[in-house]
Design a protein around this ligand. Structure first.
Ligand SMILES: N[C@H](CCC(=O)N[C@@H](CS)C(=O)NCCC(=O)O)C(=O)O
Ligand SMILES: [Mg+2]
Length: 478
């Protein structure tokens, strides 16, 4: 465990500002140089009169070194292949999560559905993964470190493309005054590539009357982001997408003899989850019944229960253990490329690490098996929770993992929320989308499919956009 940070007792961001002054990439623009009139012109206009609210965005892209962009793109198909192979090892998933099962009822319910499918020897010949692999640039070690692998309900394949296009447009008009070339903002293909992969999955299912069903939350707030995919499915592929909550699926759904899932009288070819990743999405047994109905059907699940479990933080931590990647991947170079992105990841059984985390909680993040933002534990709360668990006895330990906290470089940005802009010191997290489609032994799609840059004020622990902390951003390569 060679992280220099753990061995020193400085809070890296409070150091004499060395990392804020000597960073290798001088910022291409200085927000203090802009006067209000220019920024208003950039921002162009105020809130629309209606109730709709624009998604929070940054006004200009954030610098991201090309070498790390290339690295993040390069490992995307390897991570997608890893997920597919891990998902096929039912024993590995059940064993790795067996103690989490005792400590976390939500994961336990997912595991029950998974073991039910194992008992039935249920095969998923057609597998569609629409993943997002999130990274931060660790400034201390100058390395690209993976935050997590998202295998369910990856937000913003719609909006992220729009933000990249907005930034490219702004830079075509004002780039020379700001000093950035619009060509340095990578083209963002997220919407099209995700829609294409979904359309190919629909084709593999081979029932021209079948629809794509998007599983949504009752009060979904991010529906326009979801809408982009549905409308592209219609415009480009003439495929109908319907939106249902899990409760509606339970009420209107059934599985026919041949496995066909029928919902509201329509055959379903692909089930695309944009809900179902948190206990809040399962307020009653109805939702769990719907989940089981979908899983036991022949519809292509995105994700299957196995893909969903493979994306848990506990599995992320298990995969980081020595020798584990070798169980799933053959190519030594690929394995080395993935390992290079791993931040420190530990279970709470690691006494030495727990001791260090109690002494220096600011250098760790404590994570439950939850998605959706706002669930992770930071700073002194890490110590308090570790001490609490020690008092309560070790069974609770396996509901969490510990992860090395990453400190990316701070940059200046203009954030636009509710029509107003704010100059902020911010840090960013790059998500790279990966589309993966397989039918039996044929890999039909496995490609990096665009990106999402999320930027948050550097003092905020959480960065989720839907959770209200971050803004949608894009990158310019330097
Ligand atoms: N409302 C649901 C939200 C779905 C959701 O929260 N997804 C997780 C991965 S599981 C995620 O991508 N979080 C990062 C996006 C953020 O910063 O808010 C949707 O959009 O379908
Ligand atoms: Mg996540």
């Amino acid at each position: 465990f060679q992280n220099p940070r753990i061995l020193r007792n400085q809070e890296p961001l409070l150091r004499s500002g060395r990392s804020l002054v000597m960073d290798s990439h001088k910022p291409m623009f200085d927000v203090d140089k802009f006067d209000d009139e220019f920024v208003q012109k950039l921002k162009s206009g105020n809130l629309p009169g209606v109730g709709m609210m624009h998604a929070p965005i940054s006004l200009l892209p954030t610098a991201f070194p090309e070498i790390y962009w290339n690295q993040a793109c390069d490992v995307t198909p390897i991570f997608s292949e890893l997920i597919d192979r891990v998902s096929l090892d039912g024993k590995f998933l059940q064993d790795s999560l067996s103690r989490t099962k005792k400590a976390d009822i939500f994961t336990s319910r997912l595991l029950d559905i998974h073991s039910n499918m194992l008992e039935r020897n249920k095969k998923e010949d057609i597998r569609l993964g629409l993943h997002r692999f999130d990274y931060m640039l660790d400034e201390e070690t100058n390395s690209l470190l993976q935050i997590e692998m998202n295998t369910i309900a990856c937000s913003f394949p719609g909006h992220s493309r729009l933000v990249s296009e907005l930034h490219q447009t702004l830079l075509r008009s004002y780039g020379d005054q700001i000093g950035i070339d619009s060509e340095r903002v990578p083209k963002n293909t997220s919407t099209g590539q995700f829609a294409d992969a979904m359309a190919k999955a629909w084709l593999e299912y081979n029932n021209p009357r079948a629809v794509v069903m998007v599983i949504v939350q009752a009060e979904e707030r991010n529906m326009y982001d979801q809408h982009w995919l549905s409308s592209m499915l219609k415009e480009k592929h003439n495929i109908v997408a319907i939106r249902k909550t899990l409760a509606e699926v339970e009420k209107e759904g059934s599985v026919q003899e041949d496995g066909t899932l029928i919902v509201g009288g329509k055959a379903v070819a692909v089930v695309y989850f944009r809900s179902g990743y948190t206990p809040n999405d399962h307020p009653s047994e109805s939702e769990w019944n719907a989940r089981m109905l979908i899983e036991e059907s022949s519809a292509v699940k995105c994700p299957t229960i196995a893909y969903h479990l493979t994306g848990t933080k506990k599995i992320q931590q298990e995969l980081a253990k020595p020798g584990v990647l070798e169980r799933f991947l053959d190519n030594k170079e690929d394995i080395a490329k993935l390992r290079k992105c791993f931040a420190g990841l530990w279970s709470l059984d690691d006494q030495e690490i727990v001791k260090q985390a109690i002494e220096k909680p600011g250098l760790f993040v404590m994570k439950p098996q939850r998605e959706g933002g706002g669930n992770n534990i930071y700073g002194d709360d890490v110590r308090d929770n570790l001490l609490r668990l020690q008092k309560e006895g070790v069974d609770g330990n396996s509901a969490y993992i510990l992860m090395q906290r990453i400190f990316p470089k701070v940059s200046n940005t203009f954030m636009v929320r509710e029509g107003a802009y704010h100059k902020s010191q911010a840090i960013s997290e790059l998500g790279v989308y990966g589309a993966y489609l397989r039918n039996k032994d044929k890999v039909i799609v496995n490609e990096q499919s665009g990106y999402l840059m999320r930027t948050k004020i550097s003092s905020s622990d959480e960065g989720g956009v839907a959770a209200g902390f971050g803004v949608l951003d894009s990158i310019y390569l330097n």
